[in-house]
Write a protein that binds this ligand. Structure first.
Ligand SMILES: [Zn+2]
Length: 567
């Protein structure tokens, strides 16, 4: 193990192992070792009809073990000539073949990971017939449970009862259920799970994954199977060096045990990427042992749910640290709920209970709209707080804050026009803390009302969720302040905050420019101790109030700064 706080690992696909001699692979190990210190490799036995025969695999295992690597196995359940290479799992030949591959791989290795092509998008005649009258989601979730239990796990464990089986999930978690990834059941069946943190280029690619996903998904997995999220997995497809490194940063910030750099031949062929990641791991190991466990605003992603897709990530990109759970976080003081929460048929009762217990519950306009007219009398969202998410749209670049008892922020400008739904409410029953403005009209962005000892907030979500990034700094700061966290950023969007339970935090810029970030600590008279070398001296506050200390931190484009709060 080269580092105190994490393992660096990579993966060698079957195609690479097939195409290269043991001598060539030896040269590649030497080459990569100049750029990055790697602890472990997963050696793939099978992918897309290429199977590495036993004798060669034994030689490759011995080669890597001789170089100090820990060795595990991998399988990619793909065939050639299908959409995305995914298998038809109702085909008896495929089923038999997959069972043989699982057994063969488990004979060779005590740990085996499934790469993230372990899904089904097959709509062949056999699958249509097997589906019957069920929805595709129900059919595929059931089908893949059967394949996991009776084909993969049964055969692998029969061949090697000690084998540790890991299922790696892709980055498209809002669509898992549509393709048969059963996160609820498979996370119990397999020995460990593994998170895709490959957010790549978030701007020009069709997936458009906000970078915050590289932190959010492993945190969700950690709360799904505590202690058993094996790692975070990223690659360099469509990545600039900056994209690549930011994936590495957030995978570390989420405290993944293994840092998987997919894959070995890419590291061989593109040395600047492993060199940059290697330098980062040297740096990260110096401070990650001073960082506690991640904390933040509790949010809820029920199993198999989809609502406002990727909205959690856009909120995270707006400087709000999130702590995601697959179950309702009933004990949390601050809870953020998107339309995904509507998947839970008892959600209104749970919200009520949290409010009566004195929590702050934030719900999005999308969730409110899904819950309207759904509950019974006395147990509906309208009974907690009656508003109307109208079908009228507003497009503007003007905003204002209007917090009761606080300064009105006047006329704030966003970075370009934003389109939001107009939300109607009963004046003075609720308060609009932040609004969009059009000539002679205002439109709530953040509404607040009380219920029991708690507060319910409704956050208006723009038609294009990434428009959160355009909001004025004061608008985002208002939202962040209401979350009532120990640390609040006062800055524009696309700056992330990663909070930990031992008075430490990390500020990560996703901007292309240097940014002066005001960091507000909710305590007077504290100091900031930098944990990274690029900020040498302790910081004294630029501004100090009765219950706050505010520091100015200059963050380089795309870089981060880690701090401990002292005092
Ligand atoms: Zn099929």
């Amino acid at each position: 193990m080269h580092y105190k706080n994490f393992l660096t690992v990579t993966y060698a696909p079957a195609g690479y192992l097939n195409d290269n001699s043991v001598e060539q692979i030896r040269e590649h190990i030497e080459k990569v070792s100049k750029y990055i210190k790697l602890d472990k490799i997963y050696l793939e036995t099978y992918r897309s009809e290429i199977l590495i025969e036993r004798k060669k695999m034994e030689e490759i295992k011995a080669l890597f073990a001789g170089k100090g690597y820990t060795i595990s196995g991998g399988i990619t359940t793909t065939v050639t000539r299908t959409l995305m290479g995914s298998m038809c799992f109702t085909n008896p030949d495929n089923r038999k073949r997959l069972g043989e591959i699982a057994a063969y791989t488990a004979e060779l290795f005590d740990e085996v990971i499934l790469d993230d092509f372990y899904f089904t998008n097959c709509r062949c005649e056999s699958c249509i017939k097997a589906k019957g009258n069920r929805s595709w989601i129900d059919f595929r979730l059931t089908l893949m449970n059967d394949i996991s239990e009776n084909v993969i796990i049964k055969n692998a464990k029969a061949a090697n009862p000690r084998v540790n089986l890991i299922i790696k999930y892709p980055n498209w978690y809002d669509s898992f259920q549509a393709n048969g990834y059963n996160l609820e059941d498979e996370s119990k069946m397999f020995d460990a799970i593994y998170a895709g943190t490959e957010t790549r280029d978030p701007h020009y690619t069709h997936q458009n994954l906000p970078r915050y996903l590289s932190f959010f998904l492993p945190r969700l997995f950690e709360n799904i199977k505590p202690g058993k999220n094996g790692g975070g997995w990223y690659d360099l497809f469509e990545c600039s060096l900056e994209d690549y490194l930011q994936q590495a940063y957030l995978t570390i910030f989420s405290k993944c045990r293994e840092q998987m750099l997919f894959c070995f031949p890419l590291l061989v062929n593109d040395p600047p990427y492993p060199a940059a990641a290697g330098a980062f791991y040297d740096e990260a190991d110096l401070f990650m042992d001073k960082i506690g466990e991640p904390i933040g605003v509790a949010c809820y992603k029920p199993y198999h749910s989809f609502g406002e897709r990727l909205l959690h990530e856009h909120i995270g990109m707006s400087g709000i640290p999130l702590d995601p759970y697959p179950y309702y976080p009933e004990n949390a003081k601050t809870i953020f709920l998107t339309a995904d929460a509507a998947w839970d048929s008892e959600i209104v009762g749970k919200i009520k209970k949290s409010l009566l217990n004195g929590s702050r519950v934030f719900i999005t306009s999308g969730l409110y709209k899904k819950l309207v007219n759904k509950g019974s009398e006395g147990n509906s969202i309208e009974d907690i707080l009656p508003i109307e998410i109208t079908d009228r749209k507003v497009t503007t670049d003007r905003f204002t804050n209007s917090a009761f008892g606080q300064k009105n922020s006047g006329d704030l400008r966003s970075q370009g026009p934003v389109t939001i739904p107009h939300v109607a409410y009963n004046e003075n029953d609720l308060w609009s803390l932040s609004c969009a403005l059009t000539p002679y009209s205002s439109h709530p962005l953040l509404l607040c009302g009380t219920y029991g000892k708690g507060k319910l907030y409704v956050l208006t979500v723009p038609d294009v969720p990434s428009d959160f990034y355009k909001y004025p700094a004061q608008t985002l700061t208002m939202l962040r302040k209401e979350m009532d966290l120990p640390v609040t950023l006062e800055c524009a969007g696309r700056v992330g905050l990663f909070l930990y339970d031992n008075n430490t935090f990390i500020v990560q810029s996703f901007l292309e420019r240097t940014e002066q970030v005001s960091v507000c600590i909710n305590k007077a008279g504290v100091k900031l101790i930098p944990l990274t070398k690029s900020y040498m001296r302790p910081f004294n506050p630029a501004r100090c109030g009765e219950n706050e200390s505010v520091f100015e931190v200059n963050v380089l484009p795309g870089r981060y700064a880690a701090f401990r709060i002292e005092g």
